[in-house]
Design a protein around this ligand. Sequence first.
Ligand code: TYD
Ligand code: MG
Length: 476
Amino acid sequence: MTTNGWHAGVSDGYKEKQYNRKCGYMAKSDKTVFFCKECGYESTKWLGQCPGCKEVGTFVEEPVGSSKKMMRRSLKNSEPVTINKVTARDEERVSTGFSELDRVLGGGVVPGGLILVGGDPGIGKSTLLLQVCRNMSNSDKRVLYISGEESLKQIKLRANRIGEFSDNLSLLAETSLDAIEAVVTESKPDVVVIDSIQTIFREDISSAPGSVSQVRESTNTLMQVAKGNTIPIFIVGHVTKEGVVAGPRVLEHMVDTVLYFEGDRHASYRILRGVKNRFGSTNEIGVFEMREDGLQQVLNPSEFMLTGRPLDASGSVVACLMEGTRPILVEIQALINHTAFGMPRRTAVGTDYNRVNLLMAVIEKRLGIQMGDYDAYVNVAGGMKINEPAMDLALIMALISSYKNRPITSDTIVFGEVGLAGEVRAVSQAEQRVIEAKKLGFQRCILPEVSVKSLKRTEGIELVGVSNIKQAGEQI
Ligand code: TYD
Ligand code: MG
């Protein structure tokens, strides 16, 4: 199938069949199947709601592709080998030049790994990967950056903002997978970046680039190229809401590592989150800031999240959450106001709405504070999204502080899980949280009573153990 502009744009299954007929091109079989473009669920008939991911209206029709080409390929090592004879050492990992990214990857790039970087359009995926290319090519790796979206000139314009590049980086503007495969196996670079998978197509598959079957088959081929030549390959996948373009979730199960680049478009920082990793843990995050000259690592996110925090304002509490092995301090804000209408309004930004309602019910019942005719707004400053139970106590204290209009001293941090009886329960990794707070100059820490005993190395910060929310309320 060719990729002329018309076809790449209008690619719903019906028109595609008509087009194929007009051009005298017949698919290997004239049958079509329906795919969910969100999760790749396959069905012989159109469905309104996907049984796989429960999304509505995501089914698209596609011709049944041929997979003949797949058959002749196979991964190396088709003979069984005893496990102790297989050598794999961790030193083989290659640094990307960004410690934030290395940590999310589990210590660097593994040769032969296929890494999917997903994210909304415009979030900075191309920028991130171009910078990775720059770092790696500067440390004597031969890097090949393949773009199906932008011309070489456009890439160069972006590169000019980022800085100087070495001759180890080559660019290629190509969308045909066969051509890409030929170039990669011929030149054997040390790292390959493909931007983006939705623009790449295989000629022997009769659906348009970006369709579920194209994206899947292309990924499959890339997986074999990566494994066969032990070249790590990064692929970019756009998260799309409209159109028939398949989203990156369709290929999550095929690749080794799935990273999502998230962030508020209006805020300058971006979070790189591991969702799946065959070579490391998925709890880690990396924090970056988008600047004029590309992305900059944020090595101390707590400091970053707390800049501009109001001091001694009611309803503002600093909490400590854990992202993997890394403690991050965030500011939680609550605003409680007398409602002007019969129905009080409640909103929660950055945290779970139902959790806020639950905690408000606990406050009502256990402290006897009537919040029934008050509006409540909760916000996690800086645009972080938190859903750790250790945030409960901070949320409750922010709510009470705003209700009483009395501030909590700004040198205090709070963490602890709260149960329905109003009890404050232990949380994991209390010590790391306290140490992080100490590092940032906090003087006082309100935490679960039960956690206090287990803490060592905490001189220089006052620990206030509380066992229920009543005691916590007295600290305001
Ligand atoms: P891009 O990497 O093109 O996003 P994606 O590949 O995920 O679609 O990033 C685009 C945005 O980043 C764009 O809005 C401009 C901004 N940007 C900067 O702020 N500074 C820079 O140095 C660069 C290269 C981009
Ligand atoms: Mg891009």
